[in-house]
Design a protein around this ligand. Structure first.
Ligand code: PXG
Length: 284
């Protein structure tokens, strides 16, 4: 593996950053998880735009113009000679002193890692996921905006642990008001009477890039698509449910809190969306 750090390439063994990097010390930084299919980076411009917005929101100036960063990303992908995989683009606050003031960090660290992608097992796509509602609430927008894809994932990690301990495949996070925000690294959708619905960003959801793709595909199918604040009741009584995310793509959900959703099998609209998503990522 060839890993990019601040303009240079290193082997996996040689790729190292300082223990004084505030990305490590404070989770001070932002990232993107991006896929490439057949050597082509999927939704590259959308991911870069979100990265620059996340950085701007935390007053972190990425030391490269967007086109320069894009070139570095494409070069890292090419050097790794994988046709399908995953890119982790990370910008940390950089090396500083102990003490959380970012002013002690003169230069952000730019890291690009290319790897094979760890997906849900194939059977999850055929059988669907078992999801539980977590007691851990999604971090409140007033504490840290869930729109920022930051290096602070402890909230999500705690929720994922709850799901693991419960023997579930994924965990659903509610916001402080009890409305559904998202899963630990995926957005959630339900379908009811052929209307495709997903929580708005204001409920605590990340503006997912796969979420936007799924909305577009649903519109192409002639379906109505709505952003609506929803509670667990809406999922329990939905006809279908699925998750979207860069790693997961589109994956069906068959139960929430041990209650069957719809027929308890991946639904027909979900399956059609999965098929169309696959077409999108396999076309050249
Ligand atoms: N919500 C959260 C909290 C996420 O972290 C999504 C929704 C889906 O967004 P996209 O833009 O991917 O459709 C995410 C995405 C990883 C990893 O390595 C995490 C994500 C994406 C890729 C890799 O854990 N999270």
């Amino acid at each position: 593996m060839q890993i990019y750090i601040d303009g240079e390439f290193f082997s996996e063994q040689e790729a190292k950053i300082s223990v004084f990097d505030h990305g490590l010390l404070y989770g001070d930084g932002v990232f993107e998880g991006i896929r490439f299919y057949n050597g082509k980076v999927f939704c590259c411009d959308e991911h870069l735009e979100r990265l620059y917005h996340s950085a701007r929101a935390i007053l972190l100036e990425i030391p490269l113009e967007v086109e320069e960063l894009k070139r570095a990303l494409l070069e890292t992908v090419q050097r790794n000679q994988l046709s399908d995989g995953y890119v982790r683009l990370i910008i940390t606050r950089g090396k500083g002193s102990l003490g959380l003031n970012p002013k002690s960090c003169p230069k952000p660290t730019v890291i690009i890692i290319v790897s094979t992608v760890a997906l849900y097992p194939k059977e999850s796509y055929e059988k669907g996921l078992v999801v539980i509602t977590c007691a851990t609430r999604r971090v409140a927008p007033g504490a840290l905006s869930p729109m920022i894809k930051s290096l602070n994932y402890l909230n999500n990690v705690m929720a994922r642990l709850e799901a693991v301990h419960a023997g579930a495949d994924e965990g659903l996070l509610l916001n402080e008001q009890g409305f559904i925000a998202e899963c630990t690294a995926d957005n959630i959708f339900i379908i009811k009477k052929e209307i495709v619905m997903t929580p708005p960003a204001s409920s605590g959801a990340l503006a997912g890039i796969s979420r936007a793709v799924a909305c577009r595909l649903a519109l192409d199918m002639g379906l109505e698509v709505k952003e609506v604040a929803m509670t667990c009741y809406d999922v329990y009584t939905a006809d279908e449910c699925f998750l979207t995310g860069t790693a997961a793509e589109i994956v069906p959900v068959i139960s929430l809190d041990h209650r069957k959703i719809g027929s308890g099998q991946p639904g027909p609209i979900t399956k059609e969306l999965m098929k169309r998503f696959l077409e999108l990522t396999t076309k050249d």
